[in-house]
Every structure is written in C-alpha cells, then in structure tokens.
Design a protein around this ligand. Structure first.
Ligand code: C5P
Length: 205
C-alpha cells in the first residue's frame, strides 16, 4: 500500500503523513528533507541554489545530514525550493524516493510531486491544503515556540513566494493529482485532520 501526501508549505501534510504511517503501520519518508539537504549543502559549499551546476553538485550528502536541525530552519525552505527547480536535482533524488515507495509492505511519502511523479500508482493520494493565513499562523506559533522570532507578515510572504515558485516550475510542479482527494485543514484541528485523512484513505482501499 502506497499513500501519497502532497501540498503546499505548512499545510499540515507532514503531521498527517506521520499519523497515517503510524495508523497503517507503514514507514514514512518526508521528501522535503531531501531537498532541504540539497539547499543547505549548496549554501554550506558557498554556492548559489539558483545555479543548476552548484545545485546538482550538492545532491550527494551524508545520510546523517537528514537529522541536522538546520534542515528544519526557516532559511532552509527557500533554499530547498530554489534548488529543487533544477531537473538535475529532481533526477538525482528520484530513485531514492521511488525505491522507498516501492518497498515491500508499502510506504507513506509526503512532498509536492508524490502523487504526480514519484508514485503516480499510489493506492491513496491526498492533497492537503489550508489558507495562507492559517498556514502562516501555524508556522509562526511553531517558530515562536522554537525561539525563532519572525513576524507573521514575513512568514506569510515567504510561504506565498515559495508556493508560487513550487507551482510555477516546469519540472514536477506542485499540483493536485487528478485522482487525489483534497483535504482542506483550514478549519480543522490536528486530530480532526488526521481522522478525515484516515477516512479518505480507507475509502480508497
Ligand atoms: O516540505 P518542505 O517544506 O520541507 O519542502 C521544502 C521544499 O522542497 C519545497 O518548498 C519544495 O520546493 C521542495 N520539494 C519538492 N518536492 C518534494 C518535496 C519538497 O520540490 N517532493
């Protein structure tokens, strides 16, 4: 059983994907971390994430980097988004994600192109979204709790810019797969979002 969870930044897709993995007893891959690893590696190499050669050179990184808290920082999101535009980067990360999706017993993957490119054959596909205002508020609360003071307006602007870039790119843009179920979490608690996600997946099995 393969479950694909896609959606814009801070939509709640990561939380939902983790909860689905626990519920169905499946391994989970947060594919955004792979792109964040590339973005952070480019920056650490002194390169430019908008440069295809610099970004491609950063696609080889140690697995231990995936545990680095720097990947979860606010700066890593835009770096990942800029690096992920390049087809060379997407190609370099493709096989790893595909192999994870195809492992015996199944898997849950979350990202931007799981239902469209990585696992178009997934058994269940969710497209998780929420209004920009709600997503910015959630991210703001998270950052304040972590002691990273950023203004709400700044976060909203960053989310909108990142979503626009992710939707506009030519290779594997962020979009809802034709056969994906839409889950808008704007007015739902985490618990209610997870319950709704499980109901949608169950209906597809
Ligand atoms: O999900 P997360 O915010 O960690 O993703 C960071 C960035 O990585 C996204 O804004 C997007 O540009 C890129 N990404 C992608 N394809 C995926 C997952 C993430 O292009 N499957």
């Amino acid at each position: 059983m393969i479950i694909a969870v896609d959606g814009p930044a801070a939509s709640g897709k990561g939380t939902i994907a983790r909860a689905l993995a626990a519920h169905y007893g499946l391994p989970h891959l947060d594919t955004g971390l792979l792109y964040r690893a590339v973005g952070v590696t480019v920056a650490r190499n002194g390169g430019d994430p908008d440069d295809p050669a610099d970004a491609a050179a950063a696609c080889v990184f140690p697995d231990s980097l995936l545990d680095d808290l720097a990947l979860r920082s606010e700066e890593a999101g835009p770096l990942a988004s800029r690096a992920s535009r390049h087809p060379q980067v997407r190609a370099a990360l493709f096989e790893r994600q595909r192999a994870f999706a195809r492992q015996a017993g199944g898997a849950v993957l979350d990202g931007r192109d799981i239902g469209t490119v990585i696992a178009p054959d997934a058994d269940a596909k969710l497209f998780v979204t929420a209004s920009v205002a709600v997503r910015a508020e959630r991210r703001h609360r998270e950052l304040v709790a972590r002691g990273e003071p950023v203004s709400l307006a700044e976060i909203a602007a960053e989310l909108e810019a990142r979503d626009a870039r992710d939707m506009a790119r030519a290779d594997a843009p962020l979009r809802q797969a034709d056969d994906a179920d839409l889950l808008d979490t704007s007015d739902l608690s985490i618990g209610a979002s997870v319950q709704r996600a499980i109901a949608l997946v169950d209906a597809r099995l």
